[in-house]
Design a protein around this ligand. Structure first.
Ligand code: 4NP
Length: 153
């Protein structure tokens, strides 16, 4: 079985993309898919840091431990290593495109574009809001993860 290599990308790699990675790992494992998943930020603000405590708490509410994840920045090599690079919002997509070498193998898409009925929708940044925002983030990344699993299986 082919290994599917998926990279989730947001701005800081501490709120949305770690949750997307966690939701996808969970859904893909349940579906019996052979995957490698990772996440990265387009910015270097939180390199080497664990996810936001609110993201760690949200994942824990779903029985998933992400406290060991560490932030890293998107690099050109990611376009060659991964099959899919999935941004969270239109701003992420613009930042990803700026780094895209153009000769990579990665298919670059916005996560909610994979979800029927939510094409073109930004996956909102919960960083400036309260904890409730992270529940919405979880719902959105889970919808994206389920849609991606459906595409890959
Ligand atoms: P994320 O959220 O892109 O979902 O990880 C953010 C995290 C940090 C910052 C912005 C967004 N920041 O400006 O530090």
């Amino acid at each position: 079985m082919a290994t599917h290599r998926i990279l989730f990308v947001c701005l800081g790699n501490i709120c949305r993309s770690p949750l997307a990675e966690a939701a996808f790992r969970h859904a893909a494992t349940e579906a019996g898919l052979d995957i490698e998943a990772d996440s990265a930020g387009t910015a270097d603000y939180h390199v080497g840091e664990p996810p936001d405590p609110r993201s760690i708490a949200e994942a824990a509410r779903h029985g998933i431990e992400i406290g060991h994840y560490r932030g890293r920045q998107l690099v050109v090599d990611d376009f060659h290593r991964f099959d899919w690079i999935l941004g969270m919002d239109t701003s992420n997509m613009a930042n990803i495109a700026r780094l895209d070498p153009g000769n990579g193998k990665a298919r670059v898409e916005m996560l909610l574009d994979l979800v029927p009925g939510r094409e073109g929708a930004d996956l909102a940044d919960p960083w400036y809001g309260d904890e409730d925002g992270f529940r919405d983030t979880w719902e959105d990344v889970s919808a994206g993860a389920a849609a991606l699993v459906k595409l890959l299986r």
